[in-house]
Design a protein around this ligand. Structure first.
Ligand code: PPS
Length: 475
């Protein structure tokens, strides 16, 4: 009955009698409509072959992916890259944004700005003299030192940073710096360390800052000072004075929405894949894997102890957690929900297009393209991604930008800013100390240099980066 009625309606609409021209027209309209729909979710630039650059610089197609009304996008940005806080994911989007718009990065001579020493302007490659206003974006690891940063960055620079719950941060830091921080090295596990940190911790030993109040330290504050409320409040006030926005890694997507509004950036610019993730332990794990992660297991009591041990960081985190939610309130809760949902939709679409394995991060050793393997350190594996095969050139490059690990990306930008022939002559004086020293050449499938970074971190630099660079340019 229903069928007969709809058949009659179809006949009335004349669908059965459409000639070939009308049919072709109908197909065209349907395709155009579908294309339009895709363009909304998925920025048009990705649909255009052979157009490798900006998601950002393209004309806006709707209010969601475009710049925000009449405000002017910030291009002078200083990001204090705190440790183990999702800061590599944030840096990646700054790199992408700057690269697409040909902005100039203040880059370190090695991979960090003389960390853990307080930052000085001479650590910036190509820095000449104070306040010449040559640089747009700065975001590699440093121990913050405002007067010196101000010598490098223009006066209208937007300063921001990111924090994480100190317990989660301690887990991440312990796993990553186990062999670097003496306090961690000597402990049987993080729980053992939490039970009796003074047994293992000597503030005079190099790299032990990774084991206590690491965020406080990165902000340039005294991380070994005894906790007092007055001191903690002074620290928070100093951070508030210097930074316009403090993000939270636990609320990364909400953070991205606040960031993009503060910077007047399009939503596309803050869509990212999580980088530098530690391998998580599968449930029903084998005894072998269990052994591997036992050092990271914590009881509730040990979690409390870690908060006490990192009291300055805990205070900092709580203060800016409060501020963060006040910002969200000001922004509007439901408006925030809408934008977060949109951000996630965009990420899902990009995941399907860009990444293999449904976007699940994988062990470095399984990434066939060696040039995009993440740097490894510590107890557990640091994961990366593999790109889908068969992407067109423009899509391949846009996807690659999103997953390129920090070290490789920094090398690439460095090479763009200082092509081999134009290496800077260090007009601001010679580098104070080599940031990294090559220990030995290795031949793991070819061309790996093992370097010791200034902070004691072992770095594996891949000589095939240059090949990667020329591949990027050729493709
Ligand atoms: N988007 C997003 N949201 C939440 N958390 C994220 C995100 N991206 C990265 N991460 C986690 O951040 C940890 C790595 O931090 P960093 O990149 O700052 O580390 S580093 O200091 O540069 O080595 C690392 O934490 P752990 O996995 O606990 O070690 C990452 O998993």
């Amino acid at each position: 009955m229903v069928f007969r009625r709809s058949a009659r309606r179809m006949r009335w609409l004349g669908c059965y009698r459409l000639g070939p021209i009308w049919k072709a027209l109908l197909v065209f309209v349907v395709i155009a409509f579908a294309g339009q729909l895709l363009g909304v979710i998925f920025n048009k630039s990705w649909m255009q072959p052979e157009r490798p650059q900006s998601l950002y610089s393209l004309p806006s197609d709707n209010t969601q992916g475009s710049s925000l009304g009449s405000c002017q996008p910030h291009i002078h940005i200083m990001f204090l890259k705190t440790h183990k806080t999702a800061s590599s994911t944030v840096l990646n989007l700054l790199y992408r944004f700057g690269e697409e718009r040909d902005l100039k990065f203040a880059l370190p001579l090695g991979y960090q700005f003389g960390y853990p020493l307080p930052f000085i302007a001479q650590r910036v490659k190509g820095y000449k003299s104070p306040h010449v206003g040559e640089f747009d974006i700065m975001g590699n690891h440093m121990r913050f030192n405002k007067p010196e940063v101000e010598k490098v960055m223009p006066p209208d620079t937007f300063y921001f940073s990111i924090l994480r719950d100190p317990v989660a941060l301690a887990e991440s830091s312990y796993a990553y710096y186990k062999n670097v921080a003496p306090a961690f090295r000597r402990a049987k596990g993080l729980g053992d360390f939490a039970d009796n940190p003074y047994k293992y911790y000597d503030p005079r030993l190099r790299n032990n800052h990774y084991a206590r109040n690491l965020m406080w330290f990165d902000f340039g504050l005294d991380h070994t000072a005894n906790f007092s409320l007055a001191l903690a409040k002074r620290g928070v006030a100093a951070v508030r004075r210097n930074f316009k926005l403090i993000l939270l890694s636990e609320y990364f997507d909400q953070s991205m929405v606040l960031l993009r509004h503060a910077l007047c950036w399009p939503l596309d610019a803050v869509v990212s894949f999580s980088l530098n993730a530690r391998q998580q332990v599968p449930t029903g794990r084998s005894a072998w894997v269990g052994k591997l992660i036992a050092p990271l297991a914590l009881t509730d009591k040990q979690r409390v102890k870690l908060r006490e041990w990192n009291a300055l960081d805990w205070h900092l985190y709580q203060a800016f957690n409060l501020t963060f939610w006040q910002e969200v309130e000001r922004f509007g809760r439901s408006r925030m929900e809408t934008e977060v949902a949109l951000l996630r939709t965009k990420r899902e679409v990009l995941t399907r297009i860009c990444l293999r394995d449904g976007g699940r991060p994988i062990e470095a050793g399984r990434i066939r393209d060696k040039t995009i393997r993440p740097f490894q350190s510590g107890l557990v594996k640091i994961l990366g991604y593999e790109l889908q095969s068969g992407l067109n050139n423009a899509t391949w490059e846009a996807c690659l930008r999103m997953i390129r690990p920090e070290i490789q990306y920094k090398d690439l930008l460095d090479l763009r800013q200082f092509p081999r022939a134009q290496q800077p002559s260090f007009a601001g004086g010679p580098p104070l100390k080599r940031e990294s020293s090559i220990l030995r050449a290795d031949d793991h499938g070819g061309k790996r240099l093992v370097e010791k970074d200034w902070d004691g971190t072992i770095m594996f630099r891949n000589q095939s980066l240059e090949q990667a660079d020329s591949k990027v340019r050729l493709r």
